[in-house]
Design a protein. Structure first.
Length: 149
């Protein structure tokens, strides 16, 4: 039960059981996301009431917010699952190493994106933007094998 039912304040009693819709709202996701996280093992399967409703602990919304924030930082769901598992018994060094590895991965993606941007800019510069399509090398370059530019 909510101590303060005004959603703006987000004040709730600890230890309460939540229905799936409440977890979704508090976690900032939709119902399908909660079900997906359950299937993927990111959220433990909650017990069900006799009525069939799932009853999640209030900590489930915190976990959903953790998952969403980790995704925003570039972690895949598989990596997030590992982080959740590691969080139980890993040391700070292991978690730091994972974060540093993610930074290296992001830096590699940035380099690849810059290369793609450069190649596309070069192709766009060679296309006059008018006249017959045969005068514009963009589609031809995309269909060619090998390096674009």
């Amino acid at each position: 039960m909510a101590i303060d039912p005004i959603p703006k304040y987000r004040v709730y009693a600890k230890g309460v059981s939540l229905k799936i819709g409440q977890v979704a709202r508090r976690g900032g996701v939709n119902l399908q996301t909660i079900r997906y996280y359950e299937r993927e093992g990111l959220l433990p399967k909650p017990p069900r009431l006799a009525s069939g409703y799932r009853t999640f602990p209030d900590t489930a919304a915190d976990r959903v917010r953790f998952i969403k924030r980790a995704q925003e930082l570039g972690f895949s769901l598989a990596e997030i699952r590992e982080l959740l598992y590691l969080g139980r018994d890993a040391g700070a060094q292991e978690i730091r190493d994972r974060a540093k590895a993610k930074v290296a991965d992001i830096e590699q993606k940035i380099r690849a994106l810059r290369e793609m941007k450069s190649a596309l800019n070069k192709l766009a510069e060679r296309c006059p933007g008018r006249g017959p399509l045969s005068d514009c090398p963009i589609l031809e370059a995309m269909g060619a094998k090998g390096v674009l530019v």
